[in-house]
Ligand binder design. Structure first.
Ligand code: GLY
Ligand code: MN
Ligand code: MN
Length: 442
């Protein structure tokens, strides 16, 4: 496992971003790339802010995730400028003075009021590609988000730099600390809420810093794909536990799922083991040139093979796929790109100029349709669930005979199984970022 110091890799990363920005600006006919970090927002009829979420375009340039009202300015041929908002404020903690591996690469201007940025932005707003949300507008500097620029930058964000990979490996290690603590809490009989607290404490991140809301489901709750209710009482008896939880490292995400059975629930444990072993084969299929859409379809066949072996379906995997039975039991996509955003951008992009590669018919939740190439990091997250709403549709479609309902009744109280890792596509073998992090914290 490569645990390189991101600081030594940053300069190369900045060079790559500079080159991408230069090309995008030249194509779109702008002179400057201007990226506001974003602003804070009040909740409706209230004076409390929503949690601040940095503009993802900003955090790919700078590992600064808590710096609202700041601006990055890139002009081809010049050192980039950072307008760094550090207010005089005795109500809140203000951002620390700029420090870290990135500082030497920027011309930094400290401002004390948001409007002080105006004097530091390029003179003519009409020559700027300004990437951000509408609320970030300042004077005549209104985000215009030109398609030509965004399409180019988003497409290339699919190819991670070594700096980004190093941060993503850190995000794996952080999350695995939480997963280990969460499993221990489950084995000790904790509630979903208490498992969540054990996770956050072990990771050292709370809901505002984690890349997405923790999914922590006991028993039947494991069947709710994005279950985030966090029950305060542990159900009795405890049969199963699904946790889908990540962590952040300088703005980069991990997204990991594991499923556990309570001791003595051997058949469900066997189902978990079968999905885990199939998942590892799917991870190994992450190869340059392989179509991710095909990986998704192959996952359906593999998962239906498992359900046939476990007596849950009576038909061939191919028949289950063709009739939609498979989509009722594996009702989400095999995964997505991941990076600065947990569901990273441009999963459907046809190229750097834009365009879209549609999902295969009958697979409405797949989040990535690109062909795998070196530098891409994708999740591989097969799952099997026992969801009455979807199984009713199987019956209504006339496919009830494809399913062994006694076996559904047996597995329903466990909810479901999902196993999710991040995998880096290389020139050669797949590089699973997640498994070594678990091995290192065995
Ligand atoms: N945690 C959301 C997902 O796996 O995509
Ligand atoms: Mn996940
Ligand atoms: Mn995911």
């Amino acid at each position: 496992m490569n645990q390189q110091d991101p600081g030594t890799l940053y300069s190369q990363h900045l060079g790559v971003l500079t080159e991408r920005a230069d090309t995008a600006l030249a194509r779109a006919g702008f002179d400057h790339l201007v990226i506001p970090s974003g602003t804070q927002h009040y909740q409706v009829f209230d004076d409390r802010d929503y949690p601040y979420a940095v503009n993802p375009q900003f955090k790919t340039w700078l590992p600064l995730t808590k710096l609202p009202y700041s601006w990055l300015i890139h002009t081809p041929g010049k050192r980039p400028t950072l307008v760094f908002y550090q207010p005089f404020d005795y109500w809140h903690v203000v951002p620390d003075a700029p420090s870290g591996w990135w500082v030497e690469h920027f011309d930094i201007h400290i401002i004390r009021k948001p409007e002080d940025a105006l004097a530091l932005l390029p003179k003519d707003p009409s020559r700027c590609a300004i990437l951000g949300e509408a609320q970030s507008a300042l004077g005549g500097y209104v985000p215009n988000n030109p398609d030509v620029v965004i399409n180019h930058l988003d497409w290339h964000r699919g190819y991670k730099t070594p700096y980004e990979i190093a941060l993503m490996r850190q995000a794996q290690a952080h999350a695995v600390r939480g997963h280990r603590a969460a499993e221990a809490a489950f084995r000790a009989g904790a509630s979903e809420f208490d498992i969540h607290m054990a996770y956050c404490s072990a990771v050292g991140q709370d809901a505002n810093e984690l890349p997405y809301g923790n999914i922590i489901g006991l028993n039947e709750h494991a069947a709710v794909l994005h279950y985030t209710d966090l029950g305060k009482q542990a159900p009795q008896p405890l049969r199963s536990f699904l946790i889908d939880a990540g962590a952040s490292a300088h703005g980069y995400a991990s997204d990991i799922t594991r499923t556990y059975a309570s001791a003595g629930h051997d058949e469900f444990q066997a189902l978990i083991d079968a999905v885990d072993s199939a998942q590892q084969k799917m991870c190994a299929a992450v190869r340059a040139g392989f179509d991710y859409k095909q990986l998704h379809v192959d996952a359906h066949l593999s998962l239906m093979g498992i359900l046939k072996d476990f007596g849950v379906i009576n038909v061939s995997p191919e028949a289950a796929l063709a009739t939609g039975v498979s989509a009722a039991l594996f009702p989400h996509g095999i995964g997505h790109l991941i990076g600065a955003q947990v569901h990273d951008v441009a999963g459907f992009a046809a190229g750097e100029h834009g365009g879209r590669v549609e999902r295969p018919a009958g697979h409405p939740y797949l989040r990535m349709t690109r062909v795998l190439e070196p530098g891409m990091v994708v999740t591989i997250e097969p799952g099997l669930y026992f969801i009455d709403m979807l199984l009713d549709e199987v019956k209504q479609a006339g496919n009830a005979a494809s399913v062994n309902w006694n076996r559904v009744d047996f597995f329903r109280p466990y909810g479901g199984v999902r196993i999710e890792d991040e995998v880096l596509c290389t020139d050669g073998e797949a590089d699973n970022l997640t498994r070594p992090a678990f091995a290192a914290q065995a």
